[in-house]
Design a protein around this ligand. Sequence first.
Ligand code: SF4
Length: 121
Amino acid sequence: MEKELVCINCPLGCRLKVRVEGEEAKEITGNLCKRGIEYAKQESILPMRVLTANMKAADCERPFSVVSSKPLPKNMLIECAMELKKHSPKTPIKMGDVVIENILNTGCDIIATSNLPEESL
Ligand code: SF4
């Protein structure tokens, strides 16, 4: 099977062609540098994405923003986003706080990217 991708590692956006056999990227063309090869291998076999979302605290109406500590498998993003809804930490929440450790055993933490001062409903 042949896949076409656009490398997102730099603004040049090389158009990559990848020949995939089973679970292996066999032939990669269109890249202007080595980073394109690594990107094509990862993206064609197991695409990864950073999760960004908003969460609700237990004791505050306003949401706060979160990000995953590293990219997650793209096919787990919806499941992880649903998991966020099951958690509602208490305020205060500070930027950089780990609000969920090792979400769904991915080895990835969910980290607050905004502050939410202590507040009661
Ligand atoms: S292959 Fe290299 S030059 Fe091309 S977009 Fe990717 S990082 Fe940039």
